[in-house]
Design a protein around this ligand. Structure first.
Ligand code: GLA
Length: 378
């Protein structure tokens, strides 16, 4: 994606100071556990947000996006506050704000953004932008900021500037991802362990199926699930559901809240078991049942799936997948399927056929390849 540097040079008559990137992510397992102080196991995708940037003159920052033709969005990075910049540029301005709030120097910037992370597919296109801007700001300031600090700055932009009440998984995956590795994150304390995930060595592949399901009420429902989890923790008298186990569940009187808690408690256990298997050198096929169980739990207990993703998961299994589940926040988005490398075509055909039968738009299927986290390109 050198086009973004070219676009910058064309507009400014000079090359940018640097070009930085940050990837989207897929979560292998561990859904909605991140805001419960729990465990997640995502990896960074090859799909990236890329920014070309240079210091600006004239006391204003100007940001443009290849995906958003039109005039540049202007704001002052030195003084911008939440509520001032709407739309896509809020991810950029919000990161400037959060970077400043963290005590780092922020000068005004000329910034050109490009991204091939699908938007609205649950692949963290927004975290990719925030993290790319974060590494760019650190680079421009000559500040040595560690990846976890940058991830926290990016998350603060998402939570407090954009106003989405997410956990911290997406930004940590975007910052810490590594080719061939999963990012095992303990969100209590943000400790990271990289776990080998070499599927080609086992003649396996992880397919990502973007169902293109229309996102309905995703942000409201996300907040509602958070509230349910907080109610469950309060009912149990624990700081977070991370601290609860299966034996605690009968103590939750409300049936819905109990099911929400059961998803989090069992999902945390599934993440830990997945890591145990993969770190111990097990055949990755062994995680198939955990992926399946995660999906069932999201569908029945946490109630965050929609017909498009349930159909995609079932069709993937019918087509021969070893395990399949929805990935990401839910209410649409993507499904992942662990498949034999020589069975990928059959799984893809099975999902396409199931969608065609229902008159749904054709899903987009691509291999999920664990890739490097944020950094400098040029
Ligand atoms: C979204 C949020 C994450 C996480 C997932 C669900 O991607 O941004 O913080 O909660 O949903 O696992």
């Amino acid at each position: 994606m050198s086009t973004v540097a070219d676009a910058f040079a064309t507009r400014h008559g000079a090359a940018p100071t640097g070009v930085w990137f940050a990837p989207g992510r897929v979560n292998l397992i561990g859904e909605h556990t991140d805001y419960n102080d729990g465990f997640v196991l995502p990896f960074a995708l090859p799909h990236r947000a890329v920014v070309a940037a240079a210091p600006a003159t004239g006391g204003r920052s100007r940001v443009r996006s290849v995906q958003e033709p039109g005039a540049a969005v202007e704001f002052s990075a030195a003084s911008v506050v939440p509520g001032e910049v709407p739309g896509w540029a809020a991810y950029v301005a919000g990161t400037c704000w959060a970077f400043r709030e963290a005590g780092y120097p922020v000068g005004e910037v000329e910034l050109e953004l490009d991204s091939d992370v699908p938007v609205g597919a649950g692949l963290s296109s927004s975290a990719a932008v925030e993290c790319a801007v974060g590494v760019a700001l650190a680079g421009l300031a000559g500040a040595d900021v560690d990846p976890t600090t940058l991830a926290r700055i990016a998350r603060r932009a998402e939570n407090e500037f954009v106003g989405a009440p997410t956990g911290g998984m997406d930004q940590m995956a975007s910052m810490h991802g590594r080719a061939g590795r999963l990012v095992f994150l303990d969100t209590r304390g943000d400790t990271v362990e990289l776990v080998p995930f070499d599927l080609p060595a086992h003649d396996l592949e992880l397919l990502v199926v973007d169902t293109r399901a229309p996102h309905a009420h995703a942000s409201g429902e996300y907040g509602a699930r958070r509230a349910d989890c907080e109610a469950a923790a309060a009912a149990l008298g624990v700081p977070a559901l991370r601290d609860a186990g299966p034996d605690d569940l009968p103590r939750i009187a409300d049936e819905r809240i109990r099911r929400r808690a059961r998803h989090i408690v069992t999902e945390n256990a599934r993440v830990v078991e997945t890591v145990r298997l993969l770190s111990g050198g097990a055949d990755p096929r062994a995680i198939g049942p955990l992926l399946d169980a995660s999906h069932t739990s999201m569908r029945d207990d946490f109630e965050i799936t929609v017909p498009h993703v349930d159909v995609a998961v079932e069709a993937a299994r019918d087509g021969g997948a070893t395990g399949a589940r929805m990935t990401g926040g839910g209410f649409g988005g993507c499904v992942i399927a662990l498949v034999e490398a020589d069975g990928a075509a059959a799984v893809t055909a099975s999902v396409r056929e199931a969608f065609a039968q229902r008159g749904w738009a054709e899903p987009v299927v691509f291999p999920g390849t664990p890739s490097d986290g944020a950094g400098r390109l040029a």
